[in-house]
Design a protein around this ligand. Structure first.
Ligand SMILES: *Cc1c(COP(=O)(O)O)cnc(C)c1O
Length: 384
């Protein structure tokens, strides 16, 4: 057997903090390494595998489409794209009527920033502290974390940061040159920080008054993760633009920017070679069909409640607080989560960090109760 680890260490630019495991296979909420060890995946590739790893419906759709047409220039119409867009808008918030399709989350954010600039002719953006919106220059400029920004400055000018859930500070930061406010409803990377409904309603109201666009980033919260198809449904507000990616196509790379009627963009002002390619669209249609057929948002809600109740019944001396929305789980620890993540990996559980002291869990929403019980048991021991 080849030494996969050495090959990657030799040839790949070393930007990722590595876990010492080589994953080769996945099925629903389980993954396997090259030694045949089985793991419970409580990370889903950061909420990518919401419909489970190698979901049969998604696999079939990709296989069929791969035999039919893999690539199609965006200057031509295409059947797989037409079907996907119809499906996507059957579940999207009703005020969002047009999409720009991308290959990733950061590209959806780039499109949102460019469209906001073009539509408002203004140049400033307000984002939240602890935000994460991606790694390309525009998205990075909206991302708060110092370690991600330093070495790459100067970034795109005009971005300022305000404390999350603090309306007064946001109001103070806004001026006549503010094009848009860009926010996550629940900050993922930043530590599973839950946005308050009242805060978002006030922000929406202020944006209306000041003619400022509201961009909502649902890249991590979208597609049933929080117990509704999109988290915004729980906030009673409308976004002018909404970004999607991660679980949109069952694990296949894809992203989308959804826009309201307000947003207009001239022909040839933006584009993408691969965005909305037939394979991604076929995978996306299948993933959304699966979510609808299984009412996946209800499963997320029920399993999240079950998880919180059951885990909370243990004496967890390492834990300060457990924050749960659907199956978006943040366990606030009394220390950095790295040691816990390593211990969980030794016990064959995949997990994630967030913020400074948060253990983040984003299981496939299809995870069985049996698997969930097994995971809770191990978590209770590791966090005791
Ligand atoms: C992951 C993520 C992004 C970036 O998406 P990529 O596909 O990695 O570019 C942006 N915003 C949020 C909230 C995310 O979770």
């Amino acid at each position: 057997m080849k030494d996969y680890k050495s090959l990657i260490q030799q040839y790949e630019i070393d930007v990722y903090p590595r876990r010492d495991v080589t994953l080769v296979k996945g099925e629903n909420s389980k993954v396997w390494d090259d030694q045949g060890n089985e793991y419970i995946d409580l990370a889903s590739g950061i909420s990518v595998a919401n419909v489970g790893h190698c979901n049969p419906k998604v696999v079939d759709a990709i296989t069929q489409q791969a035999k039919t047409l893999i690539t199609c220039p965006n200057t031509f119409y295409n059947d797989a794209k037409a079907i996907f867009l119809e499906k996507l808008f059957s579940i999207a918030p009703k005020n969002l009527t047009k999409a720009f399709l991308t290959n990733s989350g950061t590209e959806a954010i780039e499109a949102a920033i460019k469209f906001a600039r073009a539509n408002t002719k203004k140049t400033k953006f307000i984002a939240a502290m602890k935000s994460f919106h991606g790694r390309t220059y525009g998205a990075l400029s909206a991302t708060h974390k110092k370690e991600y920004r330093e070495d790459f400055e100067p970034l795109v000018p005009g971005f300022s940061f305000v404390p999350f859930n603090n309306f007064e500070k946001l109001e103070e930061a806004m001026d006549d040159d503010t094009a848009a406010v860009i926010l996550e409803l629940i900050q993922g990377e930043g530590g599973i920080n839950i946005g308050q409904k009242e805060y978002f309603q006030k922000v929406r109201e202020l944006c209306n008054q000041k003619n400022v666009l509201l961009i909502i980033d649902e890249i991590q919260t979208g597609f049933c993760r929080t117990g509704t198809m999109f988290a915004i449904e729980q906030y009673g507000i409308e976004a002018d633009m909404m970004t999607l990616a991660k679980s949109i196509a069952g694990g296949f790379p894809m992203g989308a920017l959804l826009c309201s009627d307000k947003i207009k963009i001239e022909k040839s002002k933006h584009g993408s070679t691969f965005g909305g390619n037939p394979l991604a669209c076929a995978a996306g249609t299948a993933a959304i069909d699966f979510m609808l057929e299984t009412k996946l948002w209800e499963q997320a809600e029920a399993k999240g409640k079950y998880f919180k109740e059951k885990l909370s019944s243990f004496n967890l001396s390492k834990v300060r607080e457990i924050r749960v929305v659907g199956l978006m789980i943040g366990i606030e620890l009394k220390e950095k989560p790295q040691q816990t993540i390593v211990e969980l990996l030794e016990r064959k559980i995949l997990s994630l960090p967030a913020g400074v002291t948060v253990l983040r869990l984003l299981p496939p929403l299809t995870i069985s109760y049996e698997e969930l019980d097994k995971a809770i048991e191990i978590l209770a021991e590791v966090l005791a």
